[in-house]
Design a protein around this ligand. Structure first.
Ligand code: 5GP
Length: 178
């Protein structure tokens, strides 16, 4: 099939076009503007995967806001502390603020749960979560994902910021393993 693409050693087929993604992203931006007007929300963009979603989403945000880019680093502490999660890059004072986490995809929710664990210690006013994609069949956490672009089955996808072994993030459409 000519519309298959190869990323590294695997073949992927077209799954969600950029037009459909952008339509949903605009809808999310509108919802966020309606909900969070006058709150000067701080968008916390979780790199690397969210860069493309964040750029599209934030261009459609028309209320006053601020944007910060973070990376989540997990490392194993001593056996008594278990795995420790650190947020790299968050220099803003976030106490008392409305924070919107911007994620590429929520799969099992483990990453999101760790991120929330870190942010909740900082006395924020409220935390909202925006994710371009959600896999409802894999997501078993109670944390509500407030703004979801598209719900997808439990398949591995690339493109629109998401990579396969470092490649494919630049693709403007989303592809699924063929
Ligand atoms: P979770 O902690 O929710 O299980 O996984 C979240 C992370 O796993 C995402 O931020 C992303 O990096 C990665 N991930 C989950 N599903 C996919 C997928 O279908 N494709 C790609 N490329 N990464 C995924």
């Amino acid at each position: 099939m000519s519309n298959l693409i190869t990323v590294k050693d695997k073949q992927f087929k077209p799954y969600i076009s950029s037009e459909i993604i952008l339509k949903e992203v605009k809808r999310l931006a509108q919802e966020i503007c309606n909900d969070l007007a006058r709150q000067n929300p701080l968008f916390v963009v979780v790199l690397n995967g969210s860069f493309m979603f964040a750029a599209d989403l934030l261009r459609e945000i028309t209320i006053p806001c601020e944007i910060s880019f973070v990376k989540v680093a997990s490392y194993h502490g001593t056996s008594s502390t278990g795995s420790v999660t650190e947020l790299i890059g968050l220099t803003e004072e976030i106490g008392g603020r409305t924070v919107v986490i911007v994620e590429d995809i929520v799969d099992t929710g483990v990453t999101l749960e760790k991120l929330l664990g870190v942010l909740e210690k900082k006395n924020v006013k409220q935390i909202k979560i925006a994710s371009a994609l959600l896999k409802p069949d894999a997501y078993k956490k109670d944390i509500p994902v407030n703004y979801v672009g598209l719900k997808i089955p439990n398949d591995f996808v690339v493109g629109y910021g998401l990579d396969y072994d470092g490649q494919g993030r630049n693709l403007k459409d989303i592809y699924v393993l063929a």
